[in-house]
Design a binder for this molecule. Structure first.
Ligand code: GLC
Length: 829
């Protein structure tokens, strides 16, 4: 709408570089032998300097500048610098130097200077392009690497297109990293909101990753200029990149997220269902929405307030007519089991006399013009119906400004707001032609002042850091929840992310999958697109299909733009209301599984939403499958993504798979064709999978006391661990959790289930445990800790202290009071 053309124009302009176009290309040429200090080899010639550092046995850092010395060693992305002794060995002769570790052999050819990364056996993983290597042009720095035909390129954060980023298609693509307010973006728009300069190469199942730690506008030419080359670089600054070894894609993600940090475990409520629109107001409307969820028995945890709750769209204010008593509103909603999240954009109005403006000015916290005056420009407050006016912008690259901003969060936590939505932080500014800040505005840059060119890409990421740290300061016993539109590598530590203003059409439903998968592969685990689409109004069918897919978005929020039709789960007639209710109820039913998978993400960086290739990297066919996902290791989800479908073709990787709904077995290694109706959401469980569920509840506050349901799908041997805790607070960091392992072994016709004693000190309120074991034939005897259990009817099972039954779909179901010591269940033939 209002800023569409500006956004497009800005995008077009940014694709042209901001530096003089004709700067001569300089190559590094020949290097004399290096000097060694610690785990670093430094090369220097008249053209520039290169430092190659063994960070860990499987991580090597390369820095290059076209200068005689390096700048400040500083990063907004890196969370961990000390990986201990990398165990590196170095050797050098006149022609080359070699750095080797237990897993890598890095050869640095001196003339012309080229780098080759190989594994310990000498198999080449990554190699500078023979003709180009590292180069510079004006302030631009760049490296060109060889791209082989059988290499898959994954990641690159939030990008359009297929899963494999080799691009349209195989003609290559040049991806740009520049955070952009890309309202109403198309399926080839680039760049979008997040800038994550990280990619992974997988060749015949063998993976490695590259992270470019440079915040200037950067680019990744994947086979575009030449199909034999992958080149990346940045407009300015150092070429500072990390090579991260596999051998498999999971290991690359684990190490990349160790380097740049991981998504912390969110509060449980944030994994529930979120209802948003631009905007719910006044207060009576919000109460009506909340009441409707409860009356209609549609589960939900969170209602969101967009910019209309504010006075004249000015952050940190409440419109006194629309929301006269925010504290009472949040308290009343809490009694109904709802939390409230409010939008807070980075553009307080320039309004002398207001606390925010005055204190920000006094503290020198705003972004400045080159002459030192505060930079002032229009954003939403300039569109206010009454007293419109321009805004000022906090300089989040200044630590004191971050602390000041964090302090302001008290205005929200004091009235019971549970989470903060940071939008417009690319930053979006209603100024032509950039639709952002002019490149020459000044930022503190943590004590080394610089222009916007260097800070633009981290502005949103640093804003979320300030918000997160502020929330934590004011509510030290709560896990902060922040959602952001713009972010940079490392931003996963502070905020969930959504890919902005998508459109209510079937294409956007489909492309949300590879986009979110790319984010997950790039370390961003807590993500979800606007369900139903933001721009426009979905048909009833599209909305239902989107909700079904959304069950498996790690972040599940419905949202729509101003002026669109009502877009609540009940807005499309009784039939759709019922199907939509079931979709959301499924989310709540699977919450133990989802929470467990998010916990795994917080420990390993592995995203809950996974492409097939993360679990099956050697399956070449899986690289072209991105209309279905894995949720964690064990669930394969193939939502219906096209209109009026009667069948759905699903690709099942090798191995057995079980229909989640019917328990029917399918042999993998090819496609199966399933009949579907509007109600269908095809889900398969991997052989050996263990699925954790509970009865659906209306909100996460109702979970305590609910039975836990653990389903085992057949395999000779398998296990899974289940993590549970209070769902909020930080006690879990001090051991207040319950984590145990559920294992199965099948020999002959018998099944042995072992449940380990729980680690951790937290225990849920008293509840039942229901173990469900899928078997081909009914067992002769079922023993719990060696004692035979009585066979009962299904009805009787819930009423007896212990016993078992066999369900019509082939599960042996055992019920008992849940306990946290080790025990064994045996099914004898
Ligand atoms: C931006 C956001 C959108 C929000 C709107 C108003 O377009 O992307 O989600 O509703 O601004 O705040």
């Amino acid at each position: 709408m209002r800023y569409r053309t500006r956004a497009l124009l800005a995008g077009a302009l940014l694709l042209c570089s901001t530096r003089p176009a004709l700067a001569a290309v300089g190559s590094l040429g020949a290097m004399p032998p290096p000097r060694r200090a610690g785990h670093t080899l430094t090369f220097r010639n008249a053209q520039g300097s290169v430092a190659v550092t063994a960070v860990a046995p499987d991580i090597v850092r390369v820095r290059f500048v076209a200068a005689q010395s390096f700048g400040r060693d500083h990063s907004y992305a890196i969370a961990k610098r000390d990986f201990g002794d990398p165990g590196a060995r170095f050797e050098s002769d006149a022609q080359r130097s070699i750095l080797s570790t237990s897993s890598l052999r890095v050869t640095l050819r001196h003339a012309p200077f080229r780098i080759t990364f190989a594994d310990a056996q000498g198999r080449i993983l990554d190699q500078d392009d023979d003709e180009r290597g590292m180069s510079f042009a004006g302030t631009q720095v760049k490296v060109s690497k060889r791209l082989r035909d059988d290499e898959h390129v994954l990641g690159l954060g939030e990008k359009n297109g297929r899963l494999d980023k080799r691009g349209p298609h195989m003609g290559g693509a040049n991806y740009v990293m520049w955070t952009t307010d890309a309202y109403d973006y198309g399926d080839d728009s680039d760049p979008l909101y997040a800038a994550i300069p990280f990619y992974m190469i997988v060749r015949q199942g063998r993976a490695h990753g590259i992270f470019l730690d440079n915040t200037f506008r950067s680019f990744f030419d994947v086979g575009h200029e030449s199909e034999r080359r992958l080149s990346f670089g940045a407009e300015d600054g150092e070429l500072d990149y990390y090579f991260i070894d596999g051998p498999d894609p999971k290991h690359v993600i684990e190490r990349y997220t160790e380097l740049t940090g991981r998504t912390p475990l969110p509060p449980l409520w944030a994994l529930g269902y979120h209802q948003c629109r631009y905007s719910y107001y006044p207060e009576s409307k919000v109460r009506y929405i909340a009441d409707s969820f409860r009356v209609k028995r549609i589960p939900a945890d969170v209602i969101w307030l967009d910019i209309h709750y504010q006075e004249g769209y000015n952050p940190f204010t409440w419109d006194p007519q629309r929301f006269p008593d925010p504290a009472k509103l949040t308290a009343d909603l809490r009694r109904q089991g709802f939390r409230l999240v409010t939008i807070v954009d980075p553009h307080p109005k320039k309004q002398p006399g207001s606390v925010v403006y005055d204190s920000g000015l006094a503290g020198d916290h705003f972004v400045k013009n080159p002459d030192g005056s505060p930079f002032v420009a229009p954003v939403w407050p300039a569109n206010a119906e009454r007293n419109p006016g321009p805004s000022v912008f906090p300089d989040f690259s200044k630590p004191a400004a971050r602390a000041w901003w964090g302090g302001l969060m008290k205005l929200y936590t004091d009235v019971g707001v549970a989470g903060i939505w940071n939008d417009m932080n690319e930053p979006a500014v209603f100024l032509d032609p950039w639709h952002s800040m002019p490149f020459d505005v000044r930022h503190d840059n943590e004590g080394q002042p610089t222009s916007h060119r260097e800070i633009h890409n981290v502005y949103g990421q640093l804003m979320t850091r300030a918000t997160f740290e502020g929330l934590l300061r004011h509510k030290p016993d709560e896990r902060p929840f922040v959602l952001t539109r713009a972010t940079f590598a490392g931003g996963q530590r502070w905020a969930a992310h959504w890919p902005g203003d998508n459109t209510s059409d079937w294409g956007h439903l489909r492309t949300s999958i590879p986009m979110l998968l790319g984010l997950g592969l790039s370390g961003y685990a807590f993500v979800g697109s606007d369900i139903g689409g933001f721009v426009g109004s979905p048909s009833a069918e599209l909305l239902t299909r989107w909700l079904q897919l959304g069950v498996f978005y790690p972040f599940m929020r419905m949202h729509t733009a101003i002026g669109t039709d009502d877009q609540e789960p009940w807005s499309y007639g009784a039939r759709h209301e019922e199907i939509n209710r079931r979709a959301i109820a499924l989310r709540y039913e699977l919450l133990p599984h989802i929470y467990n998978t998010m916990h795994e993400a917080s420990q390993t960086g592995l995203p809950p939403l996974r492409p097939l290739v993360l679990e099956f990297p050697s399956d070449e066919r899986a690289y072209s499958v991105y209309d279905q996902v894995l949720f964690g290791r064990d669930l394969l989800v193939a939502p219906v993504l096209r209109e009026a479908m009667h069948t759905r073709s699903v690709y099942l990787p090798a191995g057995d798979w079980y229909d989640f709904w019917t328990a029917r077995r399918y042999a993998g290694g090819g496609r199966v064709e399933l009949p579907v109706t509007l109600e269908s959401l095809p889900i398969f469980v991997r052989a050996g999978g263990v699925v954790f569920r509970q009865p659906p509840v209306q909100h996460t506050g109702e979970i305590p006391g609910q039975p836990l349901d653990v389903s085992f799908y057949p395999a000779a041997e398998s296990s899974a661990s289940l993590y549970e805790d209070e769902g909020q607070g930080h006690g879990y960091l001090r051991g207040e959790f319950a984590q145990r392992r559920f294992s199965q072994k099948r020999v002959g016709g018998g099944v042995t289930i072992d449940v380990s004693a729980a680690q951790g000190t937290w225990r849920p309120s008293a509840r039942r445990l229901r173990l469900r074991v899928l078997t081909d034939v009914a067992p002769g005897r079922v023993l719990l800790g060696g004692e035979p259990l009585p066979a009962l009817s299904a009805d009787n099972l819930a009423r007896q202290a212990r016993g078992y039954t066999r369900s019509a779909d082939g599960f042996v179901v055992v019920e008992l009071a849940d306990r946290f010591d080790a025990f064994q269940l045996s099914l004898e033939p």
